[in-house]
Design a protein around this ligand. Structure first.
Ligand code: ZN
Ligand code: ZN
Length: 420
C-alpha cells in the first residue's frame, strides 16, 4: 500500500484550474437548493448523475444516498465520504446564491463537502492513467439527525462495494479558508440524547399533599445531574451533560402527573460515556424513589452519534501528505471539537481505519482583523448559524485537493515523482 509521489498528484490536479468554474457552479446550485435529512432527492440524483458521467459505477443506497466505485487497477481501496443534508434554518447571508427554499439552508456546509468530493472524483477519473487502485465515493443522507450513514450500512453498503483500506472525510469549519486541521485520536465527541419521563400523581394546585409533584421531582433531577460532570468526572476529563428541555404541566393551579426532560451528553471516551449514562439512570431512579414516584421513570436513548477518533497511522500518513503538498504552515493540529458526526459508522462497519479532517472555510481577513487588538472583532459565524457563509475561493479548491492528496497517500502511482 504505497502512496503516490508528487508526480501523480500533479497529474491529477493539472485539471483543477479548468474545473474551477464547474466547481463554483456546482456549489451555487447545491447551496441554493438545500434539502433536509432523508429528503436529499435532487442532491442525490445530481451527485449520482455526475459520478456516472465521470465513469463511476453508481449505486443508490440508504434512500437518497449514492455510492460510486472507480476500479482502476491493482492497489489500495480508498473510500471518501461526503454528507448531503441541510438544516431547518432560514438563511440570512444575503448571498446572490442564497437558499431558494424557505426555512431550509445549507448552514453546516454539506454543500461544500459534496462539491469538493465531486471535484476530486472528477479529477481522479480524468487522470486515471496517473494512479492505480480503487476509489469509492460515498454521498450519505441525513448526517444532521445521525442516521444517514447507518441507513447506508443497513442497506448493504459493506456487501455492495469492496472493503476500503482507509475511509476519509472532511468538514468545513470556521477556520481561515485554505487551512486544514487533523489529528490522531478523538476529533469529534460522541453524543447521546435521552428522553426521560418521570411520573408523579396529579392533584389540584391547592392540595399538594394529595400529589406526588413531578415538577419538583424534575427540578431536583436537573440540579443533581449537574454533579455528574462536576463531582463524578475526573477533573480534566471531557464530559458534557446538558438538560436542553424540561416540560411539565399546563397551568398554574394543576399539579401535573408527569414531567419530561431532554438531556444531551458528549464524551471522547467510551468508558466516560458509559459512566455518564449509568449515573443519569442512578440519579433519576434515586430521585424518583425519594419523591415517592408511583412508576419507574421511562428513559429512552435517541439521536446517538458515535465517537470520531482518527486512526493514529492514518492521521500521520495524511498529515505528512498534506504538509508536503500544501506546506506545513497550512496544516494545523486539530483540537477535538465538542460537535458530533455519524461518519465513523461507515468505517466501523467495514472495520477500516479512518481519518477525518477540518477544512477552513472563512475569509482569512476576518481572522486577521479579529486578532488585531485595536480593531473591532468581526463576527465569524459558525456552522448552523443563518449567517454561515464559507468563501468559495480557496475553500472549494483546497477541499478538492485535500481529498485528492489524502487518497493518493494510499493509492499507487503510475507517474514517478518529479522531486524524488
Ligand atoms: Zn451540522
Ligand atoms: Zn455538518
Amino acid at each position: 500500500m504505497d502512496g503516490c509521489g508528487s508526480g501523480a498528484i500533479a497529474s491529477v490536479l493539472a485539471n483543477l484550474g479548468a474545473a474551477g468554474d464547474w466547481l463554483e457552479a456546482t456549489y451555487k446550485q447545491l447551496h441554493s437548493h438545500p434539502e433536509l435529512s432523508f429528503q436529499e432527492h435532487a442532491s442525490g440524483d445530481f451527485v449520482a448523475g455526475a459520478l456516472a458521467s465521470f465513469g463511476f459505477t453508481v449505486q443508490r443506497l440508504g434512500g437518497t444516498g449514492a455510492v460510486g466505485v472507480l476500479a482502476n487497477g491493482d492497489g489500495a481501496v480508498v473510500m471518501s465520504r461526503a454528507d448531503m443534508d441541510a438544516l431547518p434554518v432560514t438563511e440570512a447571508t444575503g448571498l446572490p446564491y442564497a437558499s431558494t427554499v424557505a426555512g431550509v439552508m445549507h448552514a453546516c456546509g454539506h454543500d461544500v463537502h459534496m462539491t469538493a468530493l465531486l471535484g476530486a472524483a472528477r479529477l481522479m477519473a480524468e487522470a486515471r492513467q496517473a494512479w492505480s487502485g480503487t476509489l469509492i465515493v460515498v454521498f450519505q443522507p441525513a448526517e444532521e439527525v445521525g442516521r444517514g450513514s447507518r441507513a447506508m450500512v443497513d442497506d448493504g453498503l459493506t456487501h455492495k462495494v469492496p472493503r476500503p483500506d482507509v475511509v476519509l472525510g472532511q468538514h468545513v469549519m470556521p477556520l481561515p479558508a485554505g487551512k486544514l486541521a487533523t489529528a490522531a485520536g478523538p476529533v469529534l465527541s460522541a453524543a447521546d440524547s435521552l428522553r426521560i419521563t418521570v411520573h408523579g400523581k396529579g392533584a389540584h394546585g391547592s392540595m399538594p399533599h394529595l400529589s406526588v409533584d413531578p415538577v419538583v421531582l424534575a427540578a431536583s433531577i436537573v440540579v443533581k445531574l449537574q454533579t455528574i460532570v462536576s463531582r463524578e468526572t475526573r477533573p480534566g476529563e471531557f464530559a458534557v451533560v446538558t438538560v436542553g428541555a424540561l416540560n411539565a404541566g399546563t397551568t398554574a393551579n394543576i399539579i401535573p402527573d408527569r414531567a419530561t426532560l431532554l438531556v444531551n451528553i458528549r464524551s471522547y471516551d467510551d468508558a466516560v460515556r458509559t459512566r455518564i449514562l449509568a449515573a443519569i439512570e442512578r440519579i433519576v431512579t434515586g430521585e424518583c424513589a425519594g419523591a415517592g414516584s408511583p412508576l419507574p421513570a421511562d428513559i429512552e436513548l435517541y439521536d446517538q452519534f458515535p465517537l470520531t477518533s482518527n486512526d493514529v497511522a492514518a492521521a500521520e500518513r495524511i498529515g505528512e501528505a498534506f504538509a508536503a503538498h500544501f506546506g506545513p504552515e497550512t496544516v494545523m493540529a486539530a483540537t477535538p471539537q465538542t460537535a458530533s458526526e455519524d461518519f465513523s459508522v461507515i468505517p466501523d462497519a467495514f472495520g477500516a481505519p479512518y481519518n477525518y479532517w477540518f477544512l477552513g472555510g472563512m475569509d482569512p481577513e476576518k481572522f486577521r482583523a479579529a486578532r488585531d487588538p485595536g480593531g473591532a472583532a468581526p463576527e465569524i459565524p459558525a456552522n448552523h448559524s443563518p449567517l454561515f457563509a464559507p468563501v468559495m475561493n480557496p475553500t472549494l479548491g483546497v477541499g478538492v485537493q485535500a481529498h485528492v492528496v489524502a487518497a493518493l497517500a494510499y493509492l499507487a502511482g503510475r507517474i514517478p515523482s518529479s522531486s524524488s
